[in-house]
Design a protein around this ligand. Structure first.
Ligand code: PHE
Length: 380
């Protein structure tokens, strides 16, 4: 007779009349319980749902209040046991009940091998990591390596050329005073660049710098002459974004101050620079222009690097691409920087790094640089 049959009968009906018989009977129950538990734990279920169901069925078979095996043992063996056997049956029954805690759902769930018991999952991944190392033979996570932004790459390339010529790198604040950004550079109150529509004002005396030129004055004050520096940095203008404008862009300023510096030094240096950057075949063209802080001022163009000067879509059939402004530092600007224009002269230039990067990498929309699209950026 199986245990299921036996629990429906009384001890008397089973012929158990002494302590040894009681022990043997309970021993059989314990062995059955343990066998069933082990085989359930060893079983492979196809899903967590199935495992839950198996564990619940097993638990109910033994512990259900109404018809579980333990309830029947209580009913048929303990309650109706003869007086002399009662202490022995009671003791065995209590021990059985205690052992039966191994059949409770959460213990079973752990034993049948749920990888993430629901409680732990709720406690968060950190706890799992602390308790479960996972499969150590799996390959590790591989995070993609980033690279320098194309504008940064361009900036470094330009810096490198000037560093080799003996220039030093200088920088200054992006939030700048109206004095350094305009007045010290001889840009009068009436100049259009000072208009609200062109400049991002923090307050009436403070702006987001519209160019890197204010660092000319700061460096002159700091180091005096002679001075050979380049100044890379972010600039801001009240521009609507389009294919060639962004409200934030990058410039590199160049400044050379020494005794006997002439326009020929400026031309020679910038021609050397253009050839270093774009190749020996590139020619430079200087045309007169105007900036309040240089006199004379010039606009520098390079022969088109796409068509070699023949004329194409990029150079708008002109054969030339304008790349920067330049000029001899205005004597008033030298004086504002604390340098005697009778003793020293200098030249300066300012170029847009983003525009250079567009030329170098053949990109037709400046917005692409600042949209953080990895598909675009990972090409560089
Ligand atoms: N600061 C000027 C600009 O932003 C460029 C420039 C710099 C021109 C130095 C001449 C000399 O347009």
């Amino acid at each position: 007779m199986t245990i299921d049959g036996k629990v429906r009968k009384t001890l008397a009906e089973l012929g158990v009349a002494d302590v040894a018989g009681v022990d043997a009977l309970f021993g059989e129950v314990r062995a059955t319980m343990e066998r069933e538990r082990s085989s359930l734990v060893a079983r492979v279920a196809s899903s967590e749902g199935e495992r839950d169901r198996l564990a619940k069925n097993f638990r109910d078979r033994w512990l259900a209040r109404k018809n579980g095996l333990l309830t029947q043992i209580d009913e048929h063996w303990l309650k109706s046991s003869p007086r002399d056997l009662k202490p022995s049956v009671g003791k065995s029954f209590n021990a059985l009940r205690q052992a039966a805690t191994a059949l409770e759902m959460d213990v079973l769930v752990k034993d049948v091998g749920f990888k993430i018991p629901p409680k732990v999952a709720a406690a968060g991944a950190a706890e799992i990591r602390g308790t479960d190392l996972g499969d150590l033979t799996l390959p590790g996570y591989c995070r993609p390596l980033g690279s320098l932004h194309p504008v940064t790459q361009m900036q470094r390339e330009i810096e490198e050329i000037f560093l080799h010529l003996g220039f030093r790198i200088e920088d200054g604040p992006e939030i700048e005073s109206v004095y350094y950004n305009f007045d010290a550079l001889n840009i009068p109150e009436s100049h259009p660049s000072r208009d609200d529509w062109d400049t991002l004002y923090i307050n009436s005396q403070t702006v987001l710098r519209t160019h890197t030129s204010p660092v000319q004055i700061r460096a002159m004050e700091k180091y005096g002459a002679p001075l050979y520096i380049i100044i890379p940095g972010k600039c801001y203008r009240h521009d609507n974004p389009d294919a060639s404008h962004t409200p934030m862009f990058h410039q590199i300023e160049g400044l050379a101050i020494d005794s006997d510096i002439t326009f020929a030094d400026l031309k020679g240096t910038l021609d050397f620079f253009a050839k270093k950057l774009f190749g020996e075949k590139v020619r430079t063209r200087f045309q007169p222009s105007f900036f309040p802080f240089t006199e004379p001022s010039g606009e520098v163009a390079i022969s088109c690097i796409f068509c070699g000067g023949e004329g194409c879509r990029v150079c708008k059939e002109s054969g030339w691409i304008e790349v920067m402004g330049c000029g001899m530092v205005h004597p008033l600007v030298l004086r504002n920087g604390g340098i005697d224009p009778e003793k020293y002269s200098g030249w300066a230039f300012g170029l847009g790094v983003d525009r250079f990067a567009m030329l170098e990498y053949d990109i037709n929309d400046i917005q692409l640089f600042f949209q953080s699209d990895v598909r675009f950026l990972q090409q560089f």
